[in-house]
Design a protein around this ligand. Structure first.
Ligand code: PHE
Length: 337
């Protein structure tokens, strides 16, 4: 049995072992219970005494030196493993933190705030009223008698006990004038509800901005001046607009307010149905019966009111073609603002 050869090849293999598992295999192969060297040591007893002493001595030396080699290699491999783990789990404590994405205001909120800012700078106060209304404020006080066909214009969500979801912000005109004496200028932003089927230009939940100005000598000219200034600042450019006769029970005379189509600049396109104009608000001079309902003496005061659809304004400003996008919760839409 060539102990030297065994020692050399074992030493080579130990050095070449690339991980702890293969090193263990090698240990088994040479020094395990059935290991090559172990078997040699075990067979010593069959040799004549002189040889037994000589071979025994050499075999023990080989065993000791291989044991050393194993220990050394094991330490090396363990060290390497620790270093690799450290490398992998290393944390750069000086690296800048991950940026948490910040949200942004909903386009309708942005537009509402902008409108509030513009009107406040013109001396208007921001007032609010309840979403759940009574028939009195939503209809009767606004000169819309029971069974009058005009009630059909506002498809109403009725609640129990005579309550309803307000179909417009106009009831706040009366609520405000009951508590505050003219002269007054307010805008009333808020949500309104209409019982109707949805499509690209209809929603059952909308935002309106009501305007009301009451004083001794208020005319349609004041209305035009204020509304024109609002358009200019809201759309950030000069906007052509026009008033046409319309009908609302709570204003006399009544108008619809249209602006030149922002898409075709008045030339005519599918968005404005080839008319060059887009309707954005209803308006008019406050009807005497509305003053009366609010406890004011009609002959003493004059005023105008308007009601803008906020979604409509935002759709025109940003060229949005489907009103349902506003409440879709679609982040791809919202992230653009
Ligand atoms: N309240 C009306 C609507 O919702 C709009 C309007 C407001 C008209 C004020 C005249 C005066 O359609």
């Amino acid at each position: 049995m060539d102990l030297k050869k065994l020692k050399n090849s074992a030493a080579k293999e130990i050095k070449a072992a690339e991980d702890l598992k293969s090193l263990q295999e090698l240990f088994k192969k040479y020094l395990g219970k059935q290991g090559e060297l172990t078997q040699i040591l075990r067979s010593l007893k069959d040799l004549p005494k002189r040889e037994r002493i000589m071979v025994g001595k050499e075999a023990n030396e080989v065993k000791n030196s291989l044991s050393l080699e194993f220990d050394e290699r094991e330490a090396e491999l363990k060290d390497r493993e620790v270093k690799a783990a450290q490398e992998k789990e290393w944390i750069d404590v000086t690296a800048p933190g991950k940026k948490i994405p910040t949200g942004s205001l909903h386009p309708l909120t942005q537009a509402r705030r902008k409108a509030e800012e513009i009107f406040q700078s013109m001396g208007f106060e921001v007032a609010e009223g309840p979403d759940i209304e009574t028939e009195w404020y939503n209809f009767d006080a606004l000169n819309i008698p029971k069974d009058h066909p005009a009630r059909d214009v506002w498809d109403t969500f009725y609640l129990k006990n005579g309550f309803l979801l307000r179909t417009h912000t106009s009831p706040v005109q009366v609520r405000y004038m009951e508590k505050n004496n003219p002269p007054l200028r307010i805008i009333v932003p808020g949500t309104v509800y209409r019982h109707e089927a949805t499509d690209p230009s209809h929603e059952f939940q909308l935002q309106q901005i009501e305007g009301l100005m009451v004083d001794k000598n208020i005319s349609v000219a004041n209305l035009k001046a204020i509304v024109g200034e609002f358009f200019k600042r809201f759309f950030e450019k000069d906007i052509d607009f026009r008033l046409r006769p319309d009908f609302f029970p709570f204003t006399e005379p009544s108008f619809d307010i249209s602006i030149t189509c922002l898409v075709c600049k008045g030339k005519g396109c599918p968005v404005c149905k080839e008319s060059g104009w887009l309707e954005v608000a209803g308006a008019g001079m406050v009807h005497p019966n509305v003053f009366k309902a609010a406890g004011l003496v009609p002959g003493q005061w004059q005023g105008w009111a308007f009601g803008f659809g906020l979604e409509r304004l935002v759709m025109l400003k940003h060229k949005i073609n489907d009103i349902r996008l506003f409440r879709s919760g679609d982040l791809r839409f919202l992230k653009q603002f």
